[in-house]
Every structure is written in C-alpha cells, then in structure tokens.
Design a protein around this ligand. Sequence first.
Ligand code: PMP
Length: 424
Amino acid sequence: MARPFAKMDFMNTQTLPYNVQAVRADFPILGQEHHPGVPLVYLDNAASSQKPLKVINALDDYYRRYNANVHRGIHKLSEQATAAYEEARIKIKRFINAASKREIIFTRGTTESINLVAQTWGRANLKVGDVVVSTVMEHHSNIVPWQIRAAEKGFTIRYIPVLPDGTLDLNAYAALLRDENVKLVTVMHVSNMLGTVNPVVEMAQQAHAAGALILVDGAQSTPHMSVDVQALDVDFFAFSGHKMCGPTGIGILYGKRDLLEAMPPWMGGGDMISRVTLDGSTWNDLPYKFEAGTPIIAGAIGLGYAVDYLSELGMDKIHAYEQAIAAYALERLAEVPGITVYGPDADKKGAVAAFTLDSVHAHDVAQILDAEGVAVRAGHHCAMPLHEHFGVPATARASFYLYNTFAEVDALIEGLYKAKKAFA
Ligand code: PMP
C-alpha cells in the first residue's frame, strides 16, 4: 500500500507560492469526470496543456466580434484583427525578452520553427564538410529536419551523448566543439522524457566561442520557467503555444534580427512579399518575410492571452510550485517496488517523470491509469534514440503543470499499485 502520511510529511516542509484550487477554477476541463464518478487527473501536460477561460474566451471573442483577415482589409474588422494579432506578437516579445518584435515569427509550433531554420538558414549556410552538433536526448523534431537537410547538403550531424544520470556529457560537447567545422549546435532546453534542464547559457557561450550558432528547442521550458532569450544569448529559440495554456496550431520562432534578415524566405505566397512581377519577387520586412499566407490569427491572439495568464500568475511562482509537485511525485514514485524513473534528481529536472514498472508494459500501465481517471502518456515520446540509449522501447510518462495537486500525485501512485496487482 502507498504510505498514507506522505503528502502531509511533504507539505509540512513546503510553502506553496499560490492557491492551486483558485488556479484550477480557471480551467473548466479540470472539473469534469473522466469516467462516471471518476474525476479527471490530467498528467499529460508535456504533450499538451489545458486551457484557462481567459484563452477560451479570447478565441470566442475573436470569432464572435472581430473575425477578419489581417494586414489586408481597410475595414474596421480587419484593423481590429490586425491590431490584436500584432499585440499578441508584442506580448510574446516581452514574455521571452526579445530585443524586437521583428524577431518573433508566428509558426505552427516548435516543429515548424525548427524546420524553418533547417530549410532556410540550413539551406543557405550548410555544405559538405560542415558539422551540426545535436544531442541523443532530442525530440524527433530536432533530429529529423537536420537529417533531411543533411541528406541534401552532405553535412554531418554529431550527437552529444547522455550520461547514466540523464544529463548531457559536457566534456564530449567541448571535444565536439574543437572541430572548427561545427556551424550549429541544436539542443533542447528541457527534455520531454528525462526532464533534464540543459545548461544552455554555458552551451551557448561555448558554441559562440567555437564560431558556431545555437538553436534551442524551448518546447518544454517556456511553459514552465522564465525565459529570457537575450540573457540566454541563443541565436534561435523555438516553442509551441499548446503546451503553455495556448491553442494548438500556433508557435514561435525567435531569431536574432541580423540572422533572420540574412535568411532567405521559406514558403512563398501572400504577405511575405514586397513586390511580385512575372519575372521575380522581392521580400517583405521581418517578421512577415517568414509568414506566408493567411496566418493563424485566432491562435496567435489566444497565445497572447495565454502569455498574459502565465505572467499574471508569475513564471517564477509557477516554476517553484511545479518543483514542489515534482519533488513530491519523485519521492512517491521511488516508493513503488519495481519502478525505474529515468533522468536526474528533482533539483536538476523539470516536472516530468518517465518510468517503467517491472515487466508491465508502459501501454498497460497507461491503460490501467486511464481507468482510474489518470491521463498519462506511454510510448517513446518522440525520443526513440533516447529510449534506445536506455534500452527500453517505451516508458510511461507523468508530466505536471501549474494546476496539478499533491492529491493527484497520490492518485497516480494508487493507480500504479493497481497496475502492479493486475499484472502480478
Ligand atoms: N520538442 C520537444 C522537447 C517537445 O516536447 C515537443 C512536443 N512533444 C516538440 C519539440 C514538438 O512540438 P510540436 O509538436 O508542438 O511542434
């Protein structure tokens, strides 16, 4: 049986930065039953977060009151939509402390942002003999775009290994950077499986000292901690709206202005041009050069409201709250006989716990948990090379967000004991 006193023991030593019940009231979905009589315990936040009323209402308001295309119409609705779309860009610029709103490109998400850089900067700058340094822990969206480009341009990709504790081998990184052919380092800020927080400030300094640029996949950091792209001094930074209380289908590519200015466009079409003749075209200014066609207007506006929501709660408070939940979850998970939790200790990781349980397959674990109302993810989490590295085909993953409670951690643990019993 799970220890009944664990929660109280833990909470006596913690001061929580906000009242989570008040926060939960902002998220209508969290109040519903997963099955009749079984409350929803949503622990699949690394895949996608839930949305607060502020965001849901913003989408509703846009479609009800001022739905129109942006940048094109002279009429009032189009002006309103354009103002809201551009206001969202400014909110995001402030949220990540970019130097200029021109450095904020709206995309469909992290995947598209990384593909944009691989397709445009990669096509223009990488050639045979060049090296791109990535890591074994990357999400597929930061491996495959480079493989596709490498197959066409003939450069080499080298991977920083992962140590047994789930951190990067930084000695190996330093050694890789001794090769003067390294043109780009592309690394995740926080691992979506291990939760490892990579030292991107130091990694950026080292990359720059070696004459390389650095791209950071911020999909799992931006929702959970304060991000300052100037303090990080990264060249490109990618993230997704849907993991940070925003809608699906919207994300951001941040890039330093001089780099974006020099990059050729990617998709051609409306809005990204300055002038089109039948013989050729010239390009619009940043950021529009990279935003061809009708953009994701409602998504961008919704993301702006998500950023408002997170900022009002406070990113530092959110981070502190999640650290407390994650520490408790790791402590409780460690009690479960036969469990292996992957990744570093609580103080070095985000609020993610990927684990295997004896011989129970991760999908069976997830299915039994689902019957108990607990939503987790099972599989390779788009990190097949990392799973291969740890010698497991799949893990179950519980990932937490600003609205999860200690009682929900207890529900997860109880569900795991049920899974063990069912497969004993
Ligand atoms: N990188 C990481 C670390 C992720 O966790 C994810 C989403 N699972 C992605 C990239 C891809 O994000 P999206 O599917 O929103 O493009």
